[in-house]
Design a protein around this ligand. Sequence first.
Ligand code: PAF
Length: 306
Amino acid sequence: MLNYTLFCTVFLLEKKSDNWILMKTIHTINELQQQLAAVRERNEKIGFVPTMGALHDGHASLVRKSVSENAVTVVSIFVNPTQFNDKKDLEKYPRTLEADSLLLEKEGASFVFVPTVEEMYPQPDTRQFNYAPLDTVMEGAFRPGHFNGVCQIVSKLFDAVKPDRAYFGEKDFQQLAIIREMTRQLDLPIEIVGCAIVREPDGLALSSRNARLSAVERENALKISQSLFKSTTFALTHSVAETQRFVEEAIWASEGLQLEYFSIVNGRTLQTVQRWEDAEEIVGCITVFCGEVRLIDNIPYKTSKK
Ligand code: PAF
């Protein structure tokens, strides 16, 4: 422990020679709010990155963006039980707080908020969030209650942090759309910033779940992103239905992979499209089991981004 603290300190002093402030770890909402009140008094912007830990370079990219755009960045690490509809998945979720803290300090986060379950849920949360049809398709159909749990915890975290901006990865494309809708419907003054998927050099989308893949599964998993990438070229000369079949057949033919769904959807409404002309933004969203590990990924076919 002493070595770890010493290492963090030396590391930080090296990185922040002009700003000798150590990242602070906070466990209660009360203390977090006290710390942030001082920030608000200075009229400084607060960026927020909610996570469940087991951080990788995808998370690091969100933190980097927040640090570059706000005076203070808060990162939460909380494995939220209400969003797991599979208890085994919750138990197996990797917990790597020491390594996570190191990564966050390196990226310049100001506060890491690590609450207990009792802190976030002093009583069971019975609130129901319904953003149909955004939350009834794809992940919403295969993981009943998942997005309700996500909205429960994100709304509580937003209430605790009251950030100016909050950062979410586009890998969880549907989650991002639902959080945007929740923020809009609750009329929260928070800018939701979507950040591009970060991939391994060979194309596999970064995910905390990748740590659970065996070497063989890791190799098999590569077929997911490869099929998606190939399908973008295929889509240039084929219909939506043909592109749908192209990806499905590629996954069915791949060793060790089991397709849960592949949907080609309007990027705004998340409803399936029949023709490429049906929407300005079109995304292919996929979920595949690689052994016991459930992986998600997505690819834009049409984008309205400049
Ligand atoms: O994307 C995640 O890691 C989680 O769903 C989130 C947003 C931190 C809520 O628990």
